[in-house]
Design a protein around this ligand. Structure first.
Ligand code: 13P
Ligand code: SF4
Length: 302
């Protein structure tokens, strides 16, 4: 029996669902029940009737699924799959900023740990960041941890946004430079430039379209363009090529690889289903508060 068949059988036996982020290895995307961006994955996790969720993504994504499903078992195939950006905002720094700006609303990117989410007024993803910030009551917003996403939101709202920490960033996106763009444009002069808002302002400002990973897929499908330079983690190329076979996609940088997203393998998925470990749990008091901030986002994004 192939590994894929074994995984299918285990899934049936345990009433499990496999959720995978758009950056996962192709073979993981291909066996997943749902592949999507952080917003789509949260929406799926909030609605599933499975007993077990195998989350092929990074730590904050699996934590989010656990927050939304206190009575289900959430498994992550490799516990080492952490998001370095989510580690950049410490709870101490967040609480200090809240003390300094008591009238500000706190909007945290979903790329944060549960302890921080518990202190937020609302969570956002790259798909809804500007809309969420705009809908807050206060004109002053504490926003973190991605300062590049903060730049994107500043361009699209009238709010005053203070980044916490001052220079948080995603190492995978931040390393995509103007030199990468010049090289790619020489090779593919007709291609449209579609990028993620975790890219630097320099890249954002010349893009044809900026969106979350699933938003990038939707744009490429709907666009009249036939060729696209893709400014995000290279895992998205698999989904783009599979779902839009008539168009051409090129990575803006072939080095834009998130090593943490790539830690999950089919072997580890099989082992997780078999042993029901490693499990991701969030302490009740923290989960209850974080769920309120998540719930507000899901309500605003219906
Ligand atoms: P999306 O929500 O757009 O998929 O982004 C998640 C992420 O971690 C980007 O680096
Ligand atoms: Fe975190 Fe960046 Fe990896 Fe996304 S691509 S999981 S933001 S390190």
């Amino acid at each position: 029996m192939t590994r894929t068949n074994t995984i299918e059988r285990l899934k049936d036996r345990k009433n499990a669902v496999i959720l995978a982020h758009n950056y996962q290895r192709p073979e993981i995307q291909d066996i997943a029940d749902f592949v999507g961006d952080s917003l789509g994955l949260s929406q799926k996790a909030s609605k599933t009737d499975a007993d077990v969720i195998v989350f092929c993504g990074v730590d904050f994504m699996a934590e989010t699924a656990a927050i939304l499903n206190p009575d289900k078992k959430v498994l992550i195939p490799d516990l080492g799959a952490i998001c370095p950006m989510a580690q950049q905002l410490t709870t101490e720094e967040l609480l200090e900023a809240k003390r300094k700006y008591p009238n500000a609303d706190v909007v945290l990117y979903i790329n944060t740990l549960a302890e921080d989410k518990a202190h937020a007024d609302c969570i956002c993803t790259s798909a809804n960041a500007a809309q969420i910030v705009e809908s807050m009551d206060s004109d002053l917003i504490l926003f973190g941890p991605d300062d590049n996403l903060a730049h994107y939101v500043r361009q699209r709202t009238n709010k005053k946004i203070i980044s916490i920490p001052e220079y948080g960033l995603c190492p995978t996106h931040h390393q995509i430079t103007g030199a990468d763009l010049s090289d790619a444009r020489k090779r593919h002069p007709e291609a449209k430039l579609v990028v993620h808002p975790e890219c630097t302002p320099e890249i954002q400002e010349v893009a044809d379209h900026i969106a979350s990973t699933s938003g990038m897929v939707r744009y490429c499908k709907a666009s009249a363009g036939k060729e696209f330079l893709i400014g995000t983690e290279v895992g998205l190329l698999h989904r783009l090529k599979k779902e839009i076979p008539g168009k051409r996609f090129y990575p803006l940088s072939k080095y834009a690889v998130c090593p943490h997203m790539k830690m999950h393998t089919l072997e580890k998925v099989e082992r997780a289903l078999e042993t029901e470990e490693p499990e991701v749990t969030v302490r009740k008091g923290v989960a209850d508060k974080a769920r309120e901030a998540m719930g507000r986002m899901l309500e605003l994004s219906r």
